[in-house]
Ligand binder design. Structure first.
Ligand SMILES: [Zn+2]
Length: 101
């Protein structure tokens, strides 16, 4: 991991400089995924037919069982990291991103 001068941004939650609460800050990344029900059914059916999950994974199309919907990533100061749950941080980051758009 590298972190250069151009990577420094204000806290994604409170907008203060990242180091205002101390030298430790956090990079928070949350990926939202959705199951691909058709692929899961296909995989489960193949496993039942062949009687082995391992054999089905080798013999089948090995499709992705989930698809990424959205990724949220931001730098967060120590104070915000410690004072919010992960769900609250994601909501705050989404509100800031919507306000910027
Ligand atoms: Zn903050």
């Amino acid at each position: 991991m590298s972190f250069k001068r151009q990577d420094v941004k204000p806290c994604g939650a409170c907008g203060e400089p990242l180091g205002h609460a101390g030298p430790i800050f956090h990079r928070v990344k949350v990926e939202r995924l959705i199951f691909n029900v058709a692929a899961i059914r296909e995989q489960a059916g193949l496993e039942m037919m062949l009687g082995s999950p391992l054999l089905a994974s080798v013999m089948g199309p090995d499709r992705d069982l989930a698809t990424e919907l959205q990724t949220d990533e931001a730098l967060v100061c120590q104070t915000c990291y410690l004072s919010h749950t992960l769900g609250e941080l994601v909501d705050i980051l989404n509100q800031h991103q919507e306000a910027e758009a």
